[in-house]
Design a protein around this ligand. Sequence first.
Ligand code: GDP
Ligand code: IMO
Ligand code: MG
Length: 450
Amino acid sequence: MPGVVIVGAQWGDEGKGKITDLLAENAEVIVRFQGGNNAGHTIVRDGEEFKFHLIPSGILHSTKTCVIGNGVVVDPRVLLGEIDGLKRAGVSVGNLRLSANAHLIMPYHVLLDQAGETKLGKLSIGTTRRGIGPCYADKALRLGIRVQDLLDEKILRTKIRAALEPKQQALRELSVQRRKLRKEAGEEAKAPAGPAPGAPDPRLDLHTMVEEHVNYGHRLEPHIADTAKLCWDALDADQTVIFEGAQATLLDLDHGTYPFVTSSNPIAGAATVGAGVGPTDITEVWGIAKAYATRVGAGPFPTELEDETGERMVERGHEFGTTTGRRRRCGWMDLIALRYAVRLNRMDSLAITKLDVLSGLGPLRVAVRYRSKEGAVLDSFPYHQSILHSATPEYEELPGFDEDLGECREEKDLPQAARDYLDYISDFVGVPIRLVGVGPDRAQTIRIDA
Ligand code: GDP
Ligand code: IMO
Ligand code: MG
């Protein structure tokens, strides 16, 4: 009954997609358990690139079952687009299963996310504007629409009507606030997006929305299933189930840098809730971290580099978001944050990706403690946001390397300085590094035996 969780150990985009695709070789079922199409997971196989937002990264293995679990929020338009894209690329989606209990991202969730971000202006979180937060909010409010509702038009209409009314009100208020803010900022000249004030918004028409969603239901029906039972059956038959996390530990709604987080729990413990299995079904936890650190959107990032080295990381690592195309903020590896992630997820193994990107950057730095603005030494991740916001990292400097790592396939192929760098990380956080990425292609991976 091996249940293997894969989680991001930093702020996302660590290469979870690539590692999931690799580890899926030895699994029968691959399950996404939280998040939505805010995720962007990239797999490169023999030079061909695939990007997934909702579909689990095991889909390229035609014999494996891929599950979108109950904890995921699903935008049906995006999911159908991904299914169509895979079919066009000749990839079978016959083994894709969608939890009947997963919640749907509705058009009004996307509009609310976009309007909310605009209103917050400078203080905005920098969400992906995909409707994630409003959808999880409706789930908690018990106003959500679930996948199974797509299969019953009467229920669907009743539920959408109940959910829609407060949204129309909220969107009207947000639009008034937005106009006020624009006026204050002297931006009257710009035409606001959406319908004229007071006019009905065609994107929020009940009849059209129900019709569209009934149609989505017809198309998705062959994939809809009791996915928790599917996981139990696999685990009880001693098959390996991989639980693929999206986002990452420091974006966790409870344990991340709130409010600059996502609206779900991307940590390992959440795999149980988001897939419907018990804690003792989880037998192994993998953390995925880049050899440096990146973050998209706003929020504290103690080791951020706003200099030439940071710029070179962006260039060498192609650090632009898979989902929104935004430039990722870059900085040195933060071992205080990584040690926090290791403990929070109780990781057994680490995969360090993008080691190749550090080549030619000169001496390498890793943050080993923070100093508070009052001068106190902080050896662990501070729970208080104000402390984290003003903490300064203190670094250990390690020798760098200039060799191109792209062709390295075994640990012994790596330059000594690269091996020392990995050893330093592993010793500091107390977890073995068992996979190392030296390029985007799945072949560009070094396996290290424990
Ligand atoms: P995810 O969200 O964690 O799945 O990561 P993303 O796919 O958003 O971003 C990771 C990016 O790094 C993708 O473009 C990958 O193709 C790429 N990548 C993954 N591993 C490596 C690696 O070891 N080296 C390099 N250079 N690129 C990598
Ligand atoms: P993957 O799975 C990196 C960030 C957004 C924003 C915050 C909240 O590819 O690693 P949201 O739209 O979730 O309400 O945005 O979270 N964010 C991610 N950053 N990788 C992701 O996913 C992310 N998903 C959300 O940039 O700061
Ligand atoms: Mg990503």
